[in-house]
Each structure stands twice: as structure tokens, then as C-alpha cells.
Design a protein around this ligand. Sequence first.
Ligand SMILES: Cc1cc2nc3c(=O)[nH]c(=O)nc-3n(C[C@H](O)[C@H](O)[C@H](O)COP(=O)(O)O)c2cc1C
Length: 181
Amino acid sequence: MSKKVLILSGSPRKNGTSNYMTDEFIRGAKESGHEIFRFDSARANVKHCFGCNACGMGSKPCIHKDDFVELKEYLLNSDVIVFVTPMYYFGMSSTIKKVIDRFYSIDSQIKSGNKKGILISVQHAPVDAVKDSLNNHYQAILSWLNMENAGIINAIGIESVEHIKNTPYPKQAYELGKSLQ
Ligand SMILES: Cc1cc2nc3c(=O)[nH]c(=O)nc-3n(C[C@H](O)[C@H](O)[C@H](O)COP(=O)(O)O)c2cc1C
């Protein structure tokens, strides 16, 4: 069955490694007939959450009027949210984190949405343990939002786009997109 898939990408490098993984995921997902909306966090106009609590975690609209207003509709209507990020200092990039912080104003609606999550990350360090801090953070976000994990791909030890093309990771991203249910 066709799913509505929202992709939040987190790299400022348009032609970087994680966006290459995103392209491969989308190629697979489109082949299986899924509906894709891609949101480039690094280029979007999304302000930081002020923590003012004017939204009351969902009872009133957020005070900011920016690109999150459009994104919100996709967040609420999606079946799957795919978080794609380069590893930055053992976590997500600040651009994608900024967007996730804005979930605050629609937390309760996301929680009741029976959504699935996917994490795709790319890191330079060729060390398995480095990914744990990011994966644990992702799992905590999913648990808070009552979302089910539908897959994690950590591309590790990546030097460049030319390098990642010669690893199994892009095929894994393609197949994860293609096998989405
Ligand atoms: C600000 C910054 C912080 C980074 N922190 C880490 C890190 O903690 N661990 C790691 O393995 N790589 C780190 N890297 C390397 C990137 O994760 C890696 O180059 C990744 O492939 C970049 O993804 P992109 O090509 O999609 O931008 C960092 C790079 C930058 C620019």
C-alpha cells in the first residue's frame, strides 16, 4: 500500500554524502509507489523554538510563521518520517535538530498518529561506537512520539560522495525505501 513519506534531510552540503543516501532512499520508495515530500532543513526558513510555551505543546499554534507552517501539514499527514543527518559532534546536525525542536507545538498530534520513523546517518569515523549516541537519541525521540522504528542505516567511515558510492550503504538506502510497508 502506498505510504506518505516525509523526508527531513539535515546536511548543509547539497551534494554531500547524506543527500546521496537520501536520493537512493527516494529512488527505492518511488519505485514502490510511495508518495514523497522532501524537506531540506538546511535551506528552510525555520526559526528556533523559543521555549515560550505559547503553543501549550499543541493546544495553540506556534508563534513563528515560517516554513514549519507548511511542513506541519506533512508531519501530521505522513505515515513515515525519515530523519537523514550527517553525524555532527556525536549527534544530529543542528539544522535538523532545530526542525525537530519545533515538533513541540504539535507533539500530541504526532503522538496519536501511529507513525513510523527511519534514521539514515553518515559519519566520518570508522568506529561503530560513535553512532550509538545518535541512535540512542533517535530512539528516545521515537519513544516520546509513540513512533515505531522502521529502520536505521548508519554509514560509517565515509570520506566523500565518491567513496560512499563504492560502499553497500546506498543500496541499503534504496532497498529500505523500496521495501517500505
Ligand atoms: C561540524 C561537523 C561535525 C562533525 N562531527 C563528526 C563526528 O562527531 N563524528 C564523525 O564521525 N564525523 C563527524 N563529522 C563528519 C561528517 O559526519 C561526515 O563528513 C559526513 O559524511 C558529512 O555528511 P554530508 O556529506 O551529508 O554533509 C563532522 C563534520 C562536521 C562538518
